[in-house]
Each structure stands twice: as structure tokens, then as C-alpha cells.
Design a protein around this ligand. Structure first.
Ligand SMILES: Cc1ncc(COP(=O)(O)O)c(C=O)c1O
Length: 440
């Protein structure tokens, strides 16, 4: 159900109110131990009782898809077995292939760019804004060419990409916008839910994410029925009878048993979600607001420590006016000059004071060895960049492609927000406080 602002009315105020007003005790009191509650067991038992026939599996997958679509106020949700396969399906269904360019951020997890190569197209890396760590629309504008077919904005760390200027850039060229919302559940962008802004949105349900379908999984949402049907087909071997409707993953018996049945009218991979994954995903979806609120409340704890300790060398994440943050992690910028030590030394000190580690940014994707050497299919000559159908200019990747990302890459501190108990949250906040004291 969508309200007058375009937001699903199923979203609780827990995910839109200021995080420092959230009641930690209440939120953590609602979370089941080890991410598995009564509903998870009940739905899993239903699957075990039903067996694993095609019809029964389709039924549970359909329930999950219908509930996911409803939650986001989308017309269609197409389940996958990863949040990587989701994006490849979206590219294939949009007709992206050899000769095309797709613009992706350099600051992301590599899947966002690998799917472009998997589709036979050329990834073009765009720079990111050092305040939000998301795509810089000005650089996207510079990177659009006559070969560009799609853009994949990533809502990194749980903060919405800056969609309005990106959508405005895409419109005159009819570029497909595929949201990579792997890390961004229930965040908002100027009153709209992230996931409802592009032609389609991809979510990862891998174990580290806000919600998980048993450790891996993915979901695409879209309002475009023909596109949804082709995404489904791209995800299950292009069977002609597949459909956009929830759980429409089956072929009717009399059709599939006929010797003359021509099964495949499109090309596809096999990214089918299993019934146990759907059962666990459905249960997690029912408490998604609480799961997101927990991460928001944890972020507020880190922020409180930085504020109370008047720490000037750890810069909290910036949340632009009009956006709410889903905090897949709490990403600070370390001012190494001001602190006088480098990132690795700071991390070591945090761990020594009880911190459960912290991640740095991934190596910017254009600098990862496989991209730098173009060795996707053995030799560089066989990469999409040198396919005779590709007439664009991007023949290599290396330092200088995305200077802003290259400048902030060694400064980001990704503090964890996936803790499931209040005691663990408090321990991490206190580890940060002790670290700040140590350098005072
Ligand atoms: C930004 C981003 N995109 C895509 C993915 C890929 O998702 P999955 O691991 O479900 O394939 C991830 C997951 O780790 C991610 O963080």
C-alpha cells in the first residue's frame, strides 16, 4: 500500500525517526537470539513438512515475493539466490550486452562491476562524493557516452545515492537505472523509499545484510511488468512460461511434459531461490523494521561517543538533508593528519581496546587486479573492452580514473552495526570511547 508521499504505509516510524531517539532496550528486546525466531522456525517447518516439490517450493517463494513487493510498495518482486545474480538479470533483461557501457561507482563491492562484464559489456567507473561516498553526479555526467546503456547507482553503507540528478541525466538518453541496494533497506530519499527510484532495484540477502534468507539470497523489485517477466526469465534459464507474478516459477504439467514444448524463448542463468531460503527471508522480512532500527540505534551509540568525547579526528557519516540512513555499517572518515597515526595503527588500537575489528573500504574496483589487468576471460584481448563490437574509448583501468575515491579509500572506518545483543553494542561503543581516550 502506498500513501500520498509515495511511501509504503507498512514502514514503521522506527526507520524514519532520528536514530538518537530510538529505545535500544525496546528494539533489542524484540530481536530473537542468533537471528532466528519463532516465525523462522514455523515457516521452515512448513517447508520441511511440504517436501521440496516444484509446486510447494513455488508456493513459499511466492509468499516471500508477494510480501517483499508489498513491503516496498512495488508491483513485482523477483527472488534470486544472490544479490549479484539479481543485477545480472536486470542487465540482461534490459538488453545490455557486448558493445555497451554501464556506469558503476568505483567505491562499491565488486559485484556491481563484475555483473557488467558478465553481461559482456564494459564497466565505466565513476567517482564518488567524499562526503556521502556515493556516486558523484558530475562525474557520471562526464562518463556518459553514446555507448552508455545503463547506470547502477549503489546506495553505499545504507545511505541513498543522489538519485534526482542521476535520473535527470539518464532521462534524455533513456538509460536504464538499476539500483544496487544490497546495503540499503528502508532508507528514504526526499520522502521516497530507496528501491522505488530506478527502473528496478536489487537487494542482497547475504548474511551480513539487514535481513538474510539463510546466508544468501537476493531480490529485485520493479513496477514494470514486462521487465519483471524478463528478469524472471533471465534468472531461470529463459523458460518461456515464466511470469512476473509471485512464485510464477513453474511450468504447467501438461505443457512441460509435451515432447514438442519449446522451453526457452530467452537466454538465462539459473539464480533460482530455494524454498528454505524463502521461508527464512519471509520471517526476517516481518521484522525488517526492527532489524533496520537496531542498526540505526547502534549508529547513534557510536555517534554519541564521538560527540561526548569531542573527538575531532573521527568524522561521522554525513546524512544529507531529506535522507534517512539505514546504516549497514557506521562509516567514519579518519583524519589521519589530525590524529597523527595511520588507518592500520588506529584499527590496531581499537582492537586492543576491545573493538571487534573494523573494515576499511574495498579496494576501488577499477584498481582490483582482475580489472587492472583485464584478465576476465584469460587474456586482456578477450575482455569486453577489446570486443570488436565495442567502439568506445575505455581500454584500461588504473590509478587516476576516480581521484576522489582514490583519495578517501585509506581513510574510511566501517564500524560494525550488525550486533544482535545490547551487551555487544555497549562493548563496541565503549571500545571506541577507550580508543579516543587513548589518543587524547
Ligand atoms: C554493494 C553490494 N552490491 C552487491 C552485493 C552482492 O550481493 P551478494 O553477496 O548477495 O551476491 C553486495 C554484497 O555483499 C554489496 O555489498
Amino acid at each position: 500500500m502506498i500513501d500520498s508521499t509515495g511511501m509504503s504505509s507498512h514502514i514503521s516510524p522506527l526507520v524514519t525517526m532520528p536514530p538518537d531517539q530510538l529505545d535500544l532496550g525496546e528494539i533489542f528486546g524484540r530481536l530473537p537470539p542468533r537471528r532466528c525466531g519463532e516465525a523462522d522456525r514455523r515457516y521452515m517447518n512448513e517447508v520441511l513438512d511440504d517436501g521440496f516439490g516444484n509446486r510447494e517450493s513455488a508456493h513459499m517463494v511466492g509468499r516471500f515475493e508477494a510480501a517483499f513487493a508489498e513491503k516496498f510498495g512495488a508491483r513485482f518482486a523477483i527472488s534470486h539466490n544472490s544479490g549479484t545474480g539479481t543485477m545480472l538479470s536486470c542487465l540482461l533483461a534490459a538488453g545490455v550486452g557486448p558493445g555497451d557501457e554501464v556506469i558503476v561507482p568505483a567505491a562499491t563491492m565488486a559485484s556491481t562491476a563484475m555483473v557488467v562484464v558478465q553481461a559482456g559489456a564494459v564497466p565505466v567507473f565513476a567517482d564518488s562524493d567524499p562526503r556521502t561516498f556515493n556516486l558523484d553526479p558530475a562525474d557520471v555526467a562526464r562518463k556518459i557516452t553514446e555507448h552508455t546503456r545503463a547506470i547502477i547507482p549503489v546506495s553505499l553503507f545504507g545511505l541513498s545515492a543522489d538519485f534526482d540528478p542521476i535520473l535527470a541525466l539518464a532521462r534524455p538518453y533513456d538509460l536504464t537505472i538499476i539500483e544496487d541496494d544490497a546495503q540499503c533497506f528502508l532508507a528514504t530519499y526526499h520522502g521516497r523509499l530507496v528501491g522505488t527510484l530506478g527502473r528496478a532495484a536489487s537487494f542482497s540477502l547475504q548474511g551480513s545484510k539487514h535481513m538474510t534468507s539463510g546466508g544468501s539470497g537476493g531480490m529485485v523489485i520493479t513496477d514494470d511488468e514486462a521487465y519483471a517477466r524478463n528478469i524472471r526469465k533471465a534468472s531461470i534459464l529463459g523458460y518461456s512460461t515464466l511470469d512476473a507474478k509471485p512464485g510464477a516459477t513453474m511450468i504447467p504439467r501438461d505443457v512441460r511434459q509435451d515432447y514438442a514444448f519449446e522451453r526457452h524463448d530467452r537466454f538465462g542463468y539459473n539464480f533460482r531461490m530455494s524454498a528454505p531460503q524463502a521461508a527464512l527471508g519471509l520471517a526476517q522480512l516481518e521484522r525488517l523494521d526492527t532489524l533496520v532500527a537496531a542498526r540505526r540505534a547502534i549508529a547513534a551509540q557510536y555517534e554519541r561517543v564521538i560527540r561526548e568525547e569531542k573527538c575531532e579526528w573521527l568524522i561521522p557519516p554525513h546524512v544529507p538533508e531529506g535522507c534517512t540512513h539505514a546504516y549497514w555499517c557506521y562509516t567514519c572518515t579518519l583524519d589521519t593528519e589530525r590524529l597523527g597515526v595511520d588507518w592500520r595503527t588506529f584499527r590496531k588500537t581499537f582492537v586492543a581496546h576491545g573493538g571487534d575489528g573494523l573494515y576499511g573500504l574495498w579496494v576501488p574496483v577499477h584498481l582490483e587486479p582482475v580489472f587492472r589487468t583485464l584478465s576476465f576471460f584469460g587474456s586482456p584481448e578477450r575482455s569486453p573492452n577489446f570486443d570488436p563490437r565495442y567502439k568506445g574509448q575505455v581500454k584500461s583501468y588504473g590509478p587516476g580514473n576516480c581521484p576522489q575515491v582514490e583519495a578517501f579509500r585509506s581513510r574510511l572506518c566501517l564500524f560494525k552495526t550488525g550486533m544482535q545483543t545490547l551487551a555487544k553494542v555497549e562493548a563496541q561503543a565503549e571500545a571506541l570511547r577507550a580508543t579516543i581516550h587513548y589518543y587524547a
